[in-house]
Design a protein around this ligand. Structure first.
Ligand SMILES: O=P(O)(O)OC[C@H]1O[C@H](OP(=O)(O)OP(=O)(O)O)[C@H](O)[C@@H]1O
Ligand SMILES: Nc1ncnc2[nH]cnc12
Length: 181
């Protein structure tokens, strides 16, 4: 099922807005709200991810709170796979496991339901952006604790200068990003 227009990185980049000094001085915020407002651009993104992970024996899509949800839900739908959400603390109602990590601008923690994955789950993790990699590495820790494995971490944007994709590589987690800044 690849009868759709092919991936156009320049077009994608034209839809991502750069906001300097937000949320604090020195951060160049890569804003995907402008991409979200372009249905054809979003379809191109969703199709690119779906084509990459179709027929890979993936068992679950793992989506990161909150912007990752916007990508994970359509991907899980396109591939007919269960969606597992990794949430900020205090949002999941049943029994959870939790991990703390550091971000580009602060500290955070991530939780997942204990029964969201089973032993030998093969998970594609998805988020909008890789910065320090803390969020994706935290999700990987939770997945490993539940006996699963991350097959690839996917994002729209990689910020290699912040070191996250290198950290993923060192940790043996393959990653895939549609563009980088
Ligand atoms: O690679 P890292 O350094 O971990 O940074 C990337 C994460 O930071 C942003 O999320 P944020 O925590 O700002 O939350 P949001 O998605 O709720 O806006 C982004 O959406 C990624 O999840
Ligand atoms: N520079 C950045 N732009 C957008 N989202 C981010 N999350 C962490 N760093 C970010």
């Amino acid at each position: 099922m690849t009868n759709h227009s092919k991936f156009d990185e320049e077009r994608l980049r034209s839809l991502i807005r750069a906001v300097p000094d937000w949320p604090e001085a020195g951060v160049m915020f890569r804003d995907i709200t402008t991409l979200l407002q372009d249905p054809q651009g979003m379809r191109m993104v969703h199709n690119t991810f779906a084509d990459r992970y179709r027929d890979q024996n993936i068992t679950h899509i793992g989506a990161l709170d909150a912007r990752g949800f916007l990508l994970g839900a359509p991907l899980a739908d396109a591939l007919g796979l269960p969606l597992v959400i990794f949430r900020k603390p205090g949002k999941l109602p049943a029994e959870t496991i939790s991990v703390e990590y550091t971000l580009e601008y602060g500290k955070a923690a991530l939780e997942v339901h204990k029964d969201a994955l089973t032993e030998n789950s093969r998970v594609v993790l998805i988020d909008d952006l890789i910065a320090t990699g803390g969020t994706l590495l935290a999700a990987n820790t939770l997945i490993e604790r539940l006996g699963g494995k991350v097959i690839e971490a996917a994002a729209i944007i990689d910020l290699p200068a912040l070191g996250g994709s290198a950290k993923l590589e060192t940790a043996g987690i393959p990653y895939f990003a549609l563009t980088s800044y």
